[in-house]
Ligand binder design. Structure first.
Ligand code: ACO
Length: 437
């Protein structure tokens, strides 16, 4: 009798039958390799461009149920964490698996706070960028450059050394982000203030002018903290996959985070929040929404901030962001783009095109509107995403390095090119017509 938790496959080329174990709702791709037509046949592979149905790891960091719109970090619902925790508390949870007690949290805050300074050579490195450099380009390059400042970080198999770099990265990300902002507006850099909380200090480094001590608006500081919690991790997304993939070669964490941040920068991922604001600017007013939606449905562009690979329901983070927006607007005044966004959401969620494809607003749809009301330029939005996501990247990186099943990430391909061609000397080659003048 065949065990029930198995998959039976019949290869109709050979009429042979194979029984593969099913574990956690998956079969192992390597089990397919035994399915061969002859001894010199390579065996069957799974073809999955863009990894739409491939689990690349086991992870206990973040759980998502995309059909039901559930997001949990280490088993705690995102709504509960956003309501009751600070960002650094959630960072501790993501990295170590448990919520800290008071003493553990205080030590953790102290350690992160005391890793927020940059080496002066890094500040000078940042000064070298052009005045109009995109802050995300500055962030990616500067994080990569930290690899040169901390060469001992290459010892990635040493847990104590890893933790040291984790603290440095979490501590320094806001400093780099703030410097990239001040560079763009031509203001002198502001050094960290250790008396302030993580988000208050970030605001201090962004916005302090001549006042001797920066006092952050508590509502805005809390809103930023909540936004950081919501963005801290999201299981195997594009940038986390980059982090794990680069990390699997045992590159140091600065290079890995730079690679992950580079993946985040793209408009289909973390760069979408910047694109949402551009889209709302382009729409201009509520009357123009139906025509804009029509154009999207005809295949001219996408509704930025809509749709998700995993969520086929309302993104739970978007709900919390909507609530946070109301708190922020009480301080800053209402961002007029909110009305366009709400109407756009309303129209899209009643339209069969979006309903049938299960396209709902994602985290990026409303975050940019809040950030803009707080005074950030759209170019900064993805940088604001990268600061908290660094925690998720590092938690996933640690998990990958300590997972005995993981090896260097190295997918297979289906080769579609020529085979073993005769080499032509230059004088025998005809115009290939590939390069256009
Ligand atoms: N606007 C219009 N149509 C869309 C949108 C959108 N935003 N998103 C998906 N679709 C359509 C696709 O054209 C496709 O239609 P089809 O079946 O007729 O071909 C269908 O919905 C399925 O979409 P896919 O592209 O197959 O979905 P995928 O999982 O590959 O893409 C993604 C997910 C990249 C997020 C996509 O929805 C998108 O580009 N959204 C806009 C960009 C965005 O907001 N990105 C942020 C995501 S959240 C994050 O990364 C933090």
């Amino acid at each position: 009798m065949v065990p029930s938790d198995t998959l039976t496959i019949t290869d109709n080329r050979t009429n042979r039958t194979y029984t593969l174990p099913i574990e956690d709702g998956t079969i192992r791709s390597m089990d397919l390799r035994q399915i061969r037509t002859s001894n010199d046949d390579f065996g069957i592979m799974a073809y999955d461009p863009a990894f739409t149905n491939t689990a690349s790891c086991r992870s206990s960091v973040t759980f998502i149920d995309g059909e039901r719109g559930i997001l949990e970090y280490r088993g705690y619902p995102i709504e509960v964490l956003a309501e009751h925790c600070t960002f650094l508390e959630v960072a501790y949870l993501l990295l170590f698996g448990e919520l800290p007690n008071e003493a553990e949290l205080n030590t953790w805050i102290y350690e992160i706070t005391h890793h927020s300074m940059l080496h002066e050579s890094t500040r000078k490195f940042m000064e070298g960028f052009r005045y109009d450099a995109h802050p995300m380009s500055m962030l990616v390059s500067t994080v990569a450059a930290l690899s040169a400042v901390y060469p001992q970080a290459k010892d990635v198999q040493n847990p104590a050394n890893r933790l040291h770099q984790v603290k440095r990265l979490i501590g320094k990300m806001p400093t780099i982000a703030a410097m990239s902002y001040r560079h763009g507006v031509g203001f002198p850099y502001v050094y960290p203030d250790n008396d302030l909380s993580y988000t208050e200090n970030f605001m201090n480094m962004l916005w302090r002018m001549v006042e001797p001590k920066y006092a952050a608006n508590p509502v805005l500081a809390r809103a930023l903290d909540i936004l950081f919690i919501l963005h801290a991790d999201h299981e195997q997304n594009c940038s986390t996959n980059a982090m794990r993939s680069v990390g699997s070669s045992l590159a140091d964490p600065y290079l890995c985070v730079a690679a992950a941040a580079a993946a985040l920068a793209g408009p289909l991922h973390g760069g979408a929040n910047e694109q949402v604001l551009k889209m709302l600017d382009e729409i201009g007013s509520k009357e123009n929404i139906p025509a804009y939606v029509r154009r999207v449905k005809e295949g001219h562009g996408k509704l930025m901030g809509f749709g998700h690979r995993v969520y086929k329901n309302y993104d739970p983070r978007a709900k919390i962001i909507k609530w946070t927006a109301e708190q922020v607007f009480r301080v800053t005044g209402r961002n007029p783009k909110l009305d366009i966004a709400l109407e756009l959401e309303n129209i899209a969620l009643q339209d069969d095109y979006f309903v049938s494809r299960k396209l709902y607003p994602n985290v990026d749809f409303y975050s940019g509107i809040i950030y803009q009301a707080m005074g950030f330029k759209p170019e900064m939005f993805t940088v604001l995403f990268a600061i908290p996501r660094t925690v998720g990247w590092l938690a996933q990186w640690q998990e990958m390095l300590t997972d005995t099943e993981q090896k260097i990430a190295r997918p297979r391909q289906i080769y579609t090119g020529h085979r073993t061609r005769r080499f032509l000397p230059m004088q025998e080659r005809e115009t290939a017509g590939v390069v256009k003048k």
